[in-house]
Design a protein around this ligand. Structure first.
Ligand code: UGA
Length: 438
């Protein structure tokens, strides 16, 4: 039976580890962090992802091993690399973690009696496979790629909060590399794993670029609708959602990722945009469109701050409630969350901030400590508040009504996701992307 190892147990790695092992594959999940491994071995996921813990437990009952020992890759047929590629200060990607991971793989590959296929799932800029990863692997292992082991770029498209579904049912599988026996084997593996899913076979550089194209296009869609949303807001009666819903019916446009809001956040879109911009500049291409997309995103919060300032005059000492700190609903992830940016800006203006989030309070506290107040319930969060700002579209916020708002001292509600639109509310309501009738 094919034996698989997965290096790096973050969102992508742990979802793949759990999914493959729950399907009965013999899997070893490897991470250098032993504390994390211990947790996972006990069936506890280090972060919140719907459905992941259940699938992990299913895998643990079968053939799943979790370890920090890289030598366990020695009898594996397939090795997936899913470590993070964070952002450096200048916007480029930091390859130190992946270099370390492939270096350990290379050292162990020396002793590997099989001819494994190594899949790089981590997001890396075009050329990284050929110029960085392949040379490290060949040097450390004393073996030749394409002859002694396979090396395939295999970018990942899963979204947090739906990681399990996306891992099981991806919209496409991209395999980048040379057309060797290894590529054939890889194709067979994925055809069996995901019947009826298109498999795109291309070279390394193109596969690496596809990932950036995907994420930067999504970011472009969001900035496009956010710019329209800002125009709508200045146009009495205009409604950005009706516009998005209608243009989304045109199959050439598509309805997804047209939800206007406070800007895109998370650990991927902002980082990948910066890396692609950096890569374009190095390549001698001025990425004017990408720059504009990023620029719109970085200014999107101004819409919210402006309304708050207009309504409260001065933010100093004003009690402001931020509803939702995670970068999107159904996750506890606050990395590059726009809501965290907002809180920082409010604190800079000396506002008194109270936050509520169904899942992300612990992570939020790790950033702000005693500087802000953490409310357990929506009512507690709104008590004596002068302004409530809905940032993350958690479904619980859809239920907010006059009862929740009644103990606010000044009833200003800024709804960056238009969740309360159409409700008869006894508040001064501002929906981002809605032109207020005069
Ligand atoms: C994103 C991509 O969607 C995945 O395909 C990709 O695999 C992943 O990055 C990655 O590179 O690892 P993710 O970071 O989980 O996934 O988040 P998204 O669901 O894309 O949301 C990103 C941000 O855009 C969030 O802040 C969200 O609120 C915002 N957004 C999204 C909008 O403001 N409007 C929309 O219509 C959609």
């Amino acid at each position: 039976m094919v034996k698989i190892s997965i290096i790096g147990l973050g969102f992508v790695g742990l979802s793949l580890t759990s999914t493959l092992s729950s399907k009965g594959y013999k899997v070893v999940g490897i991470d250098i962090d032993e504390k994390k491994c211990e947790k996972i071995r006990n069936g506890i996921t280090p972060f919140f992802e719907p459905g992941l813990e259940r699938i992990l437990k299913k895998g643990l009952k079968k053939n799943l091993e979790i370890s920090n020992d890289f030598s366990l890759i020695n009898d594996c047929d397939l090795i997936f690399v899913t470590v993070g590629t964070p952002q450096s200060k200048n916007g480029s990607i930091n390859l130190s973690i992946i270099k370390q991971a492939v270096s350990s793989i290379g050292t162990n590959l020396k002793k590997n009696k099989k001819n494994p296929i190594i899949f790089i799932k981590s997001t890396v800029v075009p050329g990284t496979m050929k110029d960085v990863i392949l040379p490290i692997l060949e040097k450390k292992s004393n073996k030749k790629a394409g002859r002694d082991f396979g090396l395939i770029s295999n970018p990942e498209f899963l979204q947090e909060s739906r990681a399990i579904r996306d891992t099981e049912f991806p919209h496409a599988v991209v395999l980048g590399g040379y057309k060797t026996k290894f590529m054939k084997k890889a194709k067979n593996f994925f055809e069996k794993l995901h019947p009826n899913v298109p498999i795109i076979i291309t070279n390394h550089q193109t596969a690496e670029m596809i990932k950036y194209a995907n994420n930067s296009f999504l970011a472009t869609k969001i900035s496009f609708i956010n710019q329209l949303s800002n125009i709508c807001q200045k146009t009495p009666g205009a409604n950005v959602d009706d516009i998005a819903r209608t243009i989304g019916l045109d199959p050439r446009i598509g309805k997804l990722f047209l939800n206007a809001g406070p800007g895109y956040g998370g650990s991927c879109l902002p980082k990948d945009m910066k890396a692609l911009i950096n890569f374009a500049n190095i390549s001698g291409i001025n990425p004017t469109l990408l720059n504009a997309v990023e620029d719109i995103n970085s200014k999107q919060l101004e819409q919210i701050i402006t309304i708050a300032k207009q309504q409260l005059i001065d933010l100093k000492s004003k009690r402001i409630t931020v509803l939702g700190t995670s970068f999107k609903p159904n996750t506890d992830d606050i990395r590059d969350s726009i809501s965290i940016e907002l809180i920082k800006k409010l604190l800079k203006r000396k506002a008194k901030v109270t936050v509520h989030d169904p899942r992300a309070i612990k992570n939020t506290r790790d950033i702000f400590g005693e500087k802000i107040i953490y409310a357990k319930s929506m009512n507690d969060a709104l008590l004596k508040s002068q302004c409530a700002i809905i940032m993350t579209e958690w479904t619980q916020y859809e239920k907010l009504n006059n009862n929740n708002f009644k103990h606010m001292t000044k009833k200003v509600v800024i709804d960056s996701r238009r969740m309360l639109i159409g409700k008869q509310l006894d508040v001064n309501y501002f929906g981002i992307g809605l032109g207020k009738e005069k």
